[in-house]
Design a protein around this ligand. Structure first.
Ligand code: NAD
Length: 270
């Protein structure tokens, strides 16, 4: 076990963080060498296992990312945009792989991440599941095959504690649809309709978000044409799916040259 590549999980107390800890603990490819959360969180200084309600692990949760990164070769990070930007710089300084599951970045923040990725290995995906990544490939192909007689609408549903909308996955699907159509999503996207909006513009890619209960993540890409509709759907019923994808990305990325990669690269779907 001692010679397995070390991995640090940031945001360990979060929904994804705890799932990632369990997956790394069960992994035969990676070992957990650090557990980071934000300053002031009540898990700081506590044993990770005990904080998670299980057995003692001997690993203390820390807010000192720099110290936590010392023994690691990879960071798996599902936190928040500002935190992820800071972690990306630290990971790059130390030559560590940075797997980013965080969503909700602004365009400026994405530019900053891209700048950092010029000198480090970064894997980022708004959704780390095999099924959703396959869905992006299918979405691109269907959008390529149909003209603008078919209106593209992306409908997503998530739990009531999600803070960003549309979801990172919905945006990935929107990008795939725009690519298939040969347009830029920034020009074609129609987000949030309310009131007298006027008729739908041909060629737009529409987004709607449902928030409620404990929905893990559901995405429909609807191609609505005259007299018929094609609906591509993905339903995630277990968050472990994203955690397993992130671990796969971390192991894969250890052998890559500096640069930015997504899950299509990891899964060999590009
Ligand atoms: P969550 O709120 O349960 O967890 C976020 C964690 O990050 C918390 O533990 C929080 O304390 C921690 N955190 C915040 N700021 C921090 C900082 N400065 N330093 C260290 N830790 C910090 O949220 P979640 O449901 O686990 O989701 C986290 C992110 O992952 C969101 O952006 C979500 O959209 C995304 N997500 C991505 C995928 C994917 O497959 N890419 C899947 C699920 C969730």
């Amino acid at each position: 076990m001692g010679d397995l590549p070390g991995v640090v999980i940031t945001g360990v107390s979060g929904r994804m963080g705890q799932m990632l800890v369990r997956e790394v603990q069960a992994s035969e490819k990676l070992r957990l060498t650090g557990a980071v959360d934000r300053a002031g969180h009540d898990w700081i200084g506590r044993d990770l296992g005990l904080a998670m309600g299980g057995a003692e692990t001997g690993l203390l949760v820390t807010d000192d990312a720099e110290a936590a990164f010392a023994e690691a070769r990879a960071i798996i990070d599902f936190t928040a945009p500002a935190a992820t930007l800071g972690f990306s710089r630290l990971a790059a300084e130390r030559g560590l792989v940075h797997v980013i599951g965080t969503t909700g970045f602004s365009d400026e923040e994405l530019d900053e991440l891209a700048e950092v990725a010029k000198g480090s290995v970064q894997v980022r995906a708004g959704n780390m599941s095999l099924g959703v990544n396959l869905l992006t490939v299918l979405t691109r192909k269907v959008a390529e095959a149909l003209d603008t007689e078919f209106d593209i609408e992306i409908v997503e549903a998530h739990h009531n504690r999600k803070v960003d909308a549309p979801s990172g996955t919905a945006l990935m699907l929107g990008e795939a649809a725009a690519e298939g159509r040969g347009v830029s999503l920034a020009d074609a996207s129609d987000r949030g309709r309310d009131g007298i909006t006027g008729a739908r513009k041909a060629g737009d890619i529409g987004f709607s978000a449902i928030r409620g209960g404990d929905i893990v993540g559901e995405h429909d890409v609807i191609f609505a044409g005259p007299g018929e509709r094609i609906i591509l759907r993905h339903v995630a019923s277990d968050r472990a799916l994203f955690a397993r994808g992130a671990l796969k990305a971390a192991s894969w990325a250890l052998d890559q040259e500096p640069g930015f990669y997504d899950m299509l690269d990891v899964l060999g779907l590009n």
